[in-house]
Design a protein around this ligand. Sequence first.
Ligand SMILES: [Zn+2]
Length: 392
Amino acid sequence: MEELPTTNKIEMMKNFDSWITDNNISMKKIEEFTSNIENVGRMIDNKYLIFKTSGSTGNPATVLYDKQNIDVASAVAAFRTFARKEDFKAFMKNGKRTAGVFANYGFYLACGMSRYLQLQMPRKKNKITVDVNASEEQIIKELNEFNPSMLSGYPSNLALLSNFKELTIKPNVVITGGELLTNEIRKKLTDKFNCYVQTHYSCTEAGEVACECSEKHLHINEDWVIVEPVDKNNKPVGYGVRSNKVLITNLSNYIQPFIRYELTDRIIVHNEKCKCGKNSCWLEIEGRTDDILEFENNVSIAPMSFYKILEEIKEITRFQLIQKSYKKLELRLIANEKDVAFEKAKKELQEFLDSKGIFNIEIFLSDELPQANKISGKYNHIYKDFEESSKI
Ligand SMILES: [Zn+2]
């Protein structure tokens, strides 16, 4: 592998048309297709699903899945994501009723895949996606009515929902994704739902990278993805060493090859034997850890909600949202037309905050550019930068 060149999202998006292995597909055609939101979950040319990443570097990538890649992703998700057999059995027994609390719009993997399956099997009513940006009341109402056997969503958002007494569902298992599942949130959700809580590691470019086992180890799906932990110069680091980045090679996607493609996650790959009996290597991940923002009257908002809003704005190349006080948000932007981008972002954010009953928030455009934390070197898209005292 090391003799092959490495690549990344910027190179891919720059050379998109020649990267795709079907000459009938171009970025122009994709843009036309994706400008119609009705096309979420539908195939372009009846051949490929299109996804946009919620890339952790602020520049979304466009990713095509051919039928083979869809089948592999679905099969791995169905047969490997459950850490414990008993949860899988209970889930099957309860009619495979799945509720996902995700961004229920746009070409994101979770939303697009779920709509694709709904379109394939319109009579089956065992799967719902609840919009993560709806009001808590609405989310809770929909979840209670559906009463899922499996609940999935972003850990920070599920943690917020679990504060509500009104949420009375009794799932057999909770499977989080998209962000790091901390021990604290795992415990909180376990206490609330009284069931097994687990995670998995997936991304749009490589599909299901690793699935958690009963020992809480993320085993790599080595038959479908090659995972190389590397340093900042893309040189491999050994087992047990924290990487700077990850190179992934997706073995099932032939329409858009990902070969030694950089992801910004920091991981540690382990080759020690795992007690669960699986022989594959497993990894630890230092995932995205954006902050939950807090506003007056004890209203909290999960970072993913802001993330999805800002990412949808085409003009923005990279962003960072910093809460300076209960009333003030700073937006740092890299954008082609910064003022246009900012006005759009401000309007969208304000409408969203209004819908949550949070009014009179000052949102200002920063003179500074988005940047990594000077001490930790970590890049956070959304974080809090004030002490409780600024409430006064
Ligand atoms: Zn294991």
